[in-house]
Structure formats: C-alpha cells, structure tokens
Design a protein. Structure first.
Length: 317
C-alpha cells in the first residue's frame, strides 16, 4: 500500500473511531440565534429564518433540546449563558448544533457575529463550544463574512458550515433561508433514509442559493463551504481522499415519516439507533473503499447491508 493510501486509511480509521466509539446519539442540543439586523427588514428576515429552523427541530422527533435567541435576547451575555447551561447538561454521546443567523464582520484578522450590544468573536464562540462535552458538534454560520470564522471554530469532532467561502464576502447572505427550508423539505433527503443529514441540508441550501443568483441574473456574492476534519481548508464538496464530508454526512439533523415516528416510540427507538449506526458504518466503508482490499470491502459491505435489512424489517413491523 502506498504512503498516501496508508495515510488515508489512518484518517478514515480515526473517523470511524470518532463515529462509533460512543453510543448512538442520546439527545440533540440545538441553539439557533438571530443576530442584530440593523434595519427592520433584516430583523424580520433573520428572526423569520430562526423561527423556521426552531420549528423544524422541534418537530424532528427524538430527544431534542432546542433554544432560540432573537430580538432582545440576541446578546453575547445570553448566548454565553445558554452555551454554559448546555455545557453543564450535555453528555459526550449527545450531539450539539449551533446556528448563527444574521450579519457578520471580518477585518482581515478577526470575525465577529453582530449581536445586540457587544458582538461575539469566533474565538469567543469557539471557547464556549469547546466546553460542551458533546463529541460531535456542528456550527452553521449563515452570516455575511462567515468564511472568516472557519479557522477559529474548527476542531476535531466539530463540523463548520459557512455561507461564504471567505471573510471578504461581506454582503448580506440568503443561505439561512434555504438552510431552514432544507430542514423542512422531504426532497432534501436524497438517499431516502427518512432523515436529513447536515450534508444533505448543505447541498440543498448551497444549490438553492446558487440558483437564486442565477435566476436574478446577479453575480453570486456568497459561496457556501464546509470543513469537518478539524484541520483542513474548507471545501464545497465531499472528498474521500481527505475525509472531508464524512462527519456531516453522518450527522442527522431531522427525521421524517417512519423514522420520526420511530424516534418518538420508546419500543422502536433502540432499533432506529441501530439502523442509523449501520448506515453510518456503510458510509464510512464507502469512504475507505479506495484504501481497502476489494474482497474485504465487499464482505464488510454485504454484512452491514444484511444487518441493516434485518433491522429495517423489525422497524417496519
């Protein structure tokens, strides 16, 4: 095996360990904050987007703890208090999501999220999130200049999605509108597993954003990106060679249909957790495929698919 293949295999194995060293997700903690608009139109837009996101998570099924901060509550002090409270409540197996909606600024050195009163810097937000014990975290920064927040926010086990590819894209964004829409639109579930992952929501929102600029015959002033290895540059597409996209592909945000019903049914909740873990294992295998022996890959894939079929049969009863 070449050095490159060996390096990728180590990377994939680390990703696999991250995904499966813990029990299936016990709970999901979500904080959505609509920052300072500065103008009535922006205030209304940001708060509307935040309410849509809040509604999607509250109806998603399973144990979801959703907090929305907007209006007079959209302050650095309130955000700090909320994240500190989650740090005291969340367990390592719980997933954590932070969604920033509004305006951001970047002066070439530091990104800041615009809030009522003092703004919050990316470094300050990262420090607060670092204290939350959840091993899997997702920060979705939908603001202008959000690309400038990626480096201070990134960390192993944490995925960062930004509406702009760099801090220099400073115009107000529309990515938040389509991110909220993705969490409520069944067509975002492209693999038809009755759940919408962070990757599926990202792809949906990024495409809708690009289509908006095309339809308006306007030059796009925002280009959404993500980084989920904690150590590389942000990208726009998943890559098996670097491992980019593995975490957000396996990060379930909301469930639909039968999966949502199962998440709310104590008799089926464990089966749903088994199903989602098997689906994650299959995704990891697909990322590892290039570095694996073909026969070993086929054997492991077949075994996991058979187990998945058995669990699905029990869920369907």
């Amino acid at each position: 095996m070449t050095r490159l293949r060996s390096g990728w295999l180590r990377c994939a194995c680390m990703g696999c360990a991250l995904l499966f060293a813990l029990p299936a997700r016990a709970a999901l903690y979500v904080v959505t904050i609509a920052g300072l608009g500065g103008e009535p139109d922006y205030d209304q837009r940001f708060q509307g987007n935040a309410k849509d996101v809040d509604r999607a998570f509250k109806s998603a099924g399973g144990e979801v703890h959703e907090t929305m901060l907007s209006g007079a509550d959209a302050t650095r002090a309130k955000l700090t208090e909320t994240l500190q409270q989650i740090a005291s409540q969340a367990k390592p197996q719980d997933d954590f999501v932070l969604i920033l909606i509004g305006h951001g600024t970047f002066d070439g050195f530091e990104y800041k999220f615009n809030l009522v009163g003092p703004d919050a810097s990316a470094d300050e937000i990262a420090e607060l999130c670092d204290k939350i014990p959840s091993k899997r975290q997702l920060i979705v920064n939908t603001t202008s200049a959000s690309g400038g927040s990626i480096i201070p926010l990134q960390r192993a086990g944490r995925a960062v999605i930004a509406a702009t590819k760099a801090g220099t894209e400073k115009n107000a964004t529309i990515f938040a509108r389509y991110w909220a829409e993705a969490l409520q639109d069944p067509t975002a579930d492209t693999n038809k597993d009755e759940s919408i992952s962070a990757m599926e929501a990202f792809v949906y929102a990024a495409k809708k954003t690009a289509d908006f600029y095309d339809s308006q015959k306007r030059l796009a002033t925002e280009h959404a990106v993500f980084e989920d290895t904690g150590k590389q540059e942000a990208v726009r597409e998943a890559s098996a060679s670097t491992g980019e996209g593995l975490l957000i592909s396996n990060f379930t945000l909301v469930r639909l249909g039968g999966a949502q019903a199962a998440a709310n049914d104590p008799a089926k909740r464990d089966l749903l957790a088994q199903k989602e873990q098997l689906e994650q294992k299959i995704d990891v295998l697909k990322y590892q495929k290039a570095a694996m022996d073909p026969d070993d890959y086929k054997q492991q894939l077949t075994e996991n698919l058979l187990q998945l079929a058995k669990v699905q049969e029990q869920l369907d009863k």
